[in-house]
Design a protein around this ligand. Structure first.
Ligand code: FE2
Ligand code: FE2
Length: 480
């Protein structure tokens, strides 16, 4: 029998990989999706990643569980990167006007609005991960199967990276749910029902990529019937036992020349872990600042994620030194006050003002040098990257915050003034009985010494300086 097509007998020179390794000629010799259809689907993916980015960011602040807070920070950033890549690709596909902010279908909008307004963490995870991410992974696979691998190679490349991370996120969500919800419980059934409701919204939208018949019927909203309101109040889980504590002045210790570098390294880990308040406040800036160019959200989300990583570096460092970090009282005073007493613009000003203060010789370079001197290589690694990240953040501030003012000086003065508005609440929170500002330092220091088989230094053990009487801004900015 002769070959039914001329393809079967086709060979490349010496059997070399065909078509630059993209695929075989046989695979490329089939028609695929049109440019118009590709653009339509890619725009839907753009919309989905954009909404997931928005949802995960908005839920960071009030999510109490530390592992979920940092997880949302990570995934919001990944979604922002995929939005950026998709927008670039769509713009290459002869598609003016781009319409990248358009809503593809009202039911798809309702689907994401519902997840954003989900009343509990479990409902949020069911919606964002077990339904949305899962469907997104499925739709990306369908696209990759339907498009021609040669003609549409640039889109397939973008989606290949997206699929990798969407699958990671979907797996994270599924595993997280198995940790939070008892299998076969009434709660699990409730969540399944919620998942089915969300899937019905997707069906009405012609599924996520719009490849099925959509419905024109108005959808029935549950939680998003009234518009979502961002919750700016930071919440923490039970391991954060004293969130108003301002009992240990970390900077006073760190910049005291008489204190040994090893003990300073421990104090720096506290400062790193305390940075979990930065994602909480940056989420409030991003969520409450609509209408910026996409690059703003991408860059701010990168910075937010870096700050979550800085907190986790503190966590990893404490664990490596044999210290139970829950004994160091990690406060939320800073994010709480910025989120509830400042406008997003003021909060951004404060952030920029502080990060400028971190750059001089006394700031991040100093912390790196202390890390090196401590004889603990992990601390040097942590501070080395922390420093690099902070240089990047300063650039992000210069790009997105400073140009809103006439000069750098005006931009800094605005941040300084906003920060000075918030006077120290050390006495107030004590009077209200919210905290006794316990000095947790001796216990944490003693724990690190015991783990290292070292005798505590009495002068270090005796450190007892609080933030009392300090202006709030001096609690964060290292003294020159
Ligand atoms: Fe940081
Ligand atoms: Fe930073």
């Amino acid at each position: 029998m002769p070959d039914p097509t001329p393809l079967a007998g086709y060979k490349s020179y010496k059997g070399l990989p065909q078509l630059a390794g993209l695929c075989t000629v046989e695979e490329a010799a089939k028609p695929g999706l049109s440019v118009e259809e590709c653009v339509r689907r890619l725009k839907r993916f753009n919309y989905c990643f954009k909404r997931l980015h928005q949802i995960l960011t908005a839920r960071i602040t009030a999510e109490p569980i530390y592992e979920l807070k940092t997880g949302f920070a990570h995934h919001a950033y990944l979604c922002a990167e995929h939005v950026t890549a998709l927008r670039t690709r769509i713009a290459e596909m002869r598609e003016p006007p781009l319409g990248l902010e358009d809503v593809p279908h009202p039911a798809l909008e309702a689907f994401f609005d519902e997840i954003l307004a989900a009343p509990t963490t479990e409902e949020l995870i069911e919606g964002a991960y077990r339904v949305a991410m899962d469907q997104l992974a499925h739709s990306i696979r369908e696209y990759e199967d339907g498009t021609n691998p040669l003609t549409d190679a640039p889109s397939r490349r973008v989606l290949r990276f997206a699929a990798l991370e969407v699958n990671d996120m979907a797996n994270w969500g599924a595993y997280t749910m198995s940790c939070l919800v008892e299998p076969d419980s009434a709660r699990e059934r409730q969540l399944e029902e919620w998942g089915l409701y969300l899937s019905s919204l997707l069906d009405a939208a012609g599924i996520l990529d719009g490849t099925r018949t959509a419905s024109n019927e108005p959808v029935k909203r549950r939680y998003s019937a009234k518009p979502y309101e961002y919750d700016p109040v930071p919440r923490r889980d039970a391991r954060f036992t004293d969130p108003w504590n301002q009992g240990v002045n970390a900077e006073a210790f760190l910049y005291d020349e008489t204190k040994p570098p090893r003990a300073k390294a421990l104090m720096m880990l506290y400062k790193r872990l305390r940075e979990i308040d930065v994602p909480e406040m940056m989420a409030s800036i991003i969520t409450r600042t609509p209408g910026k160019p996409w690059g703003y959200y991408r860059d701010m989300s990168r910075q937010l994620w870096d700050e979550a990583r800085h907190a986790m570096m503190g966590e990893a460092g404490f664990v490596a030194l044999g210290v139970d970090w829950t004994k160091a009282k990690i406060t939320f005073n800073w994010s709480y006050r910025l989120n509830t007493e400042c406008t997003p613009m003021e909060a951004h000003g404060v952030l920029y003002f502080i990060e400028q203060g971190l750059m001089p010789r006394t700031g991040k370079r100093y912390e790196f040098e202390v890390g090196q001197q401590s004889g603990l290589p992990l601390i040097a690694t942590i501070q080395d990257f922390d420093w690099a990240d902070e240089v990047l953040h300063s650039q992000i501030g210069r790009q997105w915050y400073v140009p809103q003012f006439g000069s750098l000086k005006e931009a800094l003065d605005y941040g300084d003034a906003a920060w000075s508005k918030i006077l120290s609440n050390w006495a107030t929170v004590k009077e209200k009985g919210l905290t006794n500002h316990e000095n947790w330092w001796p216990a944490v220091y003693a724990m690190a010494c015991a783990a290292a088989n070292e005798k505590p230094d009495p002068a270090v053990l005796a450190f007892d300086e609080t933030y009392a009487g300090k202006r709030a801004d001096l609690q964060r900015v290292p003294a020159e």
